[in-house]
Ligand binder design. Structure first.
Ligand code: ASP
Length: 387
């Protein structure tokens, strides 16, 4: 059995019984070697199946494709080598058996990059397109296909800048099309299922991966290669999904349509905020370099409860005295960074990140500075207000 056949059999197994006919059609096309999950394809003619029209009144889902391993293809350079961001979103959707029964789906390509290359320009385009689609009532829900490396950052960014209570679901995969047991088709099916469900109304931005639903504030990538890589260590998942059911186990957050969102800066760029990683024998050099480079904020990926050496803290004092926003986060995967425990935050003018990991603390600091919020008290308030 060749790899294409294996992959498509897996996709068949993931499809629900109600989609058996479509699944068989796709499986049959795969046997002829036309699976987009299994091949490096860029033309529409390679699609395994055309989506059929869903029933009238079906939810309208807009898929915004950005790239990532879910759009990746294998590379012969090694047994596990692959390139992310090769297949177009439209082809990804067409290749998932039964997905057309869930919703009326339109796809647009926002970018096609590995999420290690995600940047302000793509983020702003994505956020503006989502807001526009909701404001014009073009969609009932949005699915974003995305790489897993920075998915948590994009989810958290969107949660802070998009005003709507309609669902926005980010999805990716850990294995590219063409690999044994590619997880992309199943994840994409479930992402559309969640985005199309009335149960998701009022929940705003979510991540769907490997049968789990996570909230942007809590989710983080925990494993470099495992399919079960995402976890929400401080809060747990907010729900579970399989091809037949969706179960939310946490209450919906404050409606995103009523909560304040932060504006995107007109110049198209978020301000410079550096993350400094704490370690034993740490001096203040990295922090002084960040100050000299014009950072508007510094996030400490601190030891334990957001701690660092005396020299590093003295350098952070120098930054705070210059009006640079100083946020103490932690390099530890779980737990909260609390104020004034080992470090006198009140006296030094520091902010703590609570549960936000360094990459999300950086992002929130960037958005706050861009919106003119730099006073440590106000910044601190904002860090507790994004729950
Ligand atoms: N480097 C890839 C990306 O983030 C990894 C993945 O998608 O799983 O785009």
């Amino acid at each position: 059995m060749n790899i294409n056949t294996t992959l498509q059999r897996v996709a068949c197994l993931r499809s629900s019984s109600t989609t058996l006919t479509a699944a068989l059609l796709v499986c049959a096309s795969c046997l002829c070697g036309t699976s987009v999950w299994a091949a490096d394809t860029t033309s529409d003619s390679a699609a395994a199946t055309e989506a059929t029209s869903p029933a009238a009144g079906s939810p309208r889902i807009l898929v915004l494709a950005t790239g990532g391993t879910i759009a990746g293809t294998t590379d012969p350079r090694s047994a596990i080598g692959y390139n992310s961001g090769n297949v177009k979103g439209q082809e990804l959707v067409r290749a998932v058996p039964g997905i057309e029964k869930l919703a009326s789906i339109n796809s647009e390509q926002i970018s096609n990059v590995g999420s290690q290359d995600m940047n302000d320009e793509i983020w702003f385009r994505l956020a503006r397109r989502i807001q526009e689609a909701f404001d014009r009532n073009e969609a009932d829900g949005i699915v974003i296909t995305h790489g897993t490396d920075t998915m948590e950052e994009t989810a958290f960014f969107l949660q802070n800048v998009v005003r709507s209570d309609k669902p926005v679901v980010l999805v990716g995969s850990m294995r590219p099309g063409g690999s044994t047991s590619a997880d992309g088709p199943g994840n994409l099916y479930e992402a559309v299922e969640v985005a199309a469900s009335p149960k998701s109304r009022g929940r705003g931005v979510m991540v769907v991966m490997n049968d789990q639903i996570h909230a942007p504030r809590w989710i983080t990538k925990t494993n470099t290669t495992a399919v079960q890589t995402f976890a929400s260590p401080n809060a747990g998942v907010i729900g579970y999904v399989d091809p037949a059911s969706i179960r939310f186990v946490a209450p919906a957050p404050v409606l995103a349509s009523t909560r304040d969102v932060l504006s995107l800066p007109a110049n198209g760029h978020l301000p410079r905020v550096e993350i400094v990683y704490a370690h034993s024998n740490m001096d203040g050099a990295q922090i002084d370099h960040a100050i000299a480079d014009g950072a508007k904020g510094i996030v400490l990926a601190g030891e334990g409860d957001g701690d660092a050496s005396k020299e590093a803290l003295a350098a952070l004092d120098r930054a705070a005295k210059k009006g640079i926003v100083v946020v103490r986060s932690t390099r530890v995967m779980s737990g909260f960074v609390n104020r004034n425990v080992e470090v006198e935050d009140d006296k030094r003018g520091f902010v703590v990140s609570f549960d936000l990991n360094p990459q999300k603390a950086r992002l929130l600091t960037q958005l706050l500075v861009a919106n003119g919020i730099t006073n440590p008290g106000k910044v601190q308030q904002a860090f507790s207000a994004t729950f």
